[in-house]
Design a protein around this ligand. Structure first.
Ligand SMILES: C[S@@+](CC[C@H](N)C(=O)[O-])C[C@H]1O[C@@H](n2cnc3c(N)ncnc32)[C@H](O)[C@@H]1O
Length: 192
């Protein structure tokens, strides 16, 4: 029988290395679809972590620059970048609370502690209409993040959670599995 882990981490992702907590494909799918990232998009991502989101974006976008302030995680992400052949992914050592070098961006994705403190820099780095996305495990972080977005006059702010259920299809009956991961993170989307 199919294990729920296969649903959360489908085969294309199984070969990727994992260091710090990753963003799972169910949430990556929403990030891609709600921001309309495409072959012309230039993106910044932070923190890189294991690079699961950065690699997924690089497979679609024109260029992705991903920042992390810890060398040991950058090494894991570099391995995943090589394995997936993402030459358009640039992994930089840096602290995005201090600065984001890039400008005129279509998308900034944030998955790191205190990501609300990055929003000022994200605003400066985005083009008009560009998206920022926060991936946040706790509701309290969402409140703070949305409060800062509103102060900075970001618009079209929406907060989502994606819950994916594995449906068992068997002779004795078809029903959702009793196993599974329920909460991963909330996703907050906003436009400059
Ligand atoms: C949960 S991981 C990101 C996982 C990644 N989104 C993925 O899908 O694999 C969070 C990362 O943020 C990094 N980080 C924390 N504070 C940072 C900062 N101020 N600037 C850049 N990276 C930071 C951490 O070192 C860690 O690698």
């Amino acid at each position: 029988m199919k294990e729920s882990n296969d649903v959360l981490v489908p085969p294309p992702y199984k070969r990727l290395k994992r260091g710090p907590q990753v963003i799972l494909p169910k949430d990556i799918g929403l990030i891609i679809s709600y921001t309309g990232v495409n072959k012309n998009s230039v993106c910044v991502d932070a923190g890189t972590g294991s690079g699961w989101l950065a690699v997924s974006l690089a497979k679609i976008a024109k260029e992705v620059t991903s920042y992390d302030n810890r060398e040991e995680f950058i090494k894991i992400a570099e391995r995943n970048k090589e394995m997936e052949g993402c030459s358009n992914l640039i992994i930089k050592h840096g602290d995005v609370i201090k600065k984001i070098d890039e400008r005129d961006l279509d998308l900034v994705t944030l998955d790191m502690p205190d990501s609300d403190k990055v929003l000022k820099n994200a605003y400066k780095a985005l083009r008009e209409g560009g998206y920022v996305v926060g991936y946040l495990p706790h509701v309290e972080q969402v409140k703070k993040f949305v409060g800062t977005l509103n102060k900075l006059k970001f618009r079209n702010v929406i907060t989502l959670e994606s819950i994916v259920r594995d449906i068992l299809v068997r002779e004795q009956g078809v029903r959702p599995s009793t196993k599974g991961v329920w909460h991963t993170g909330y996703l907050v989307f906003a436009q400059k």
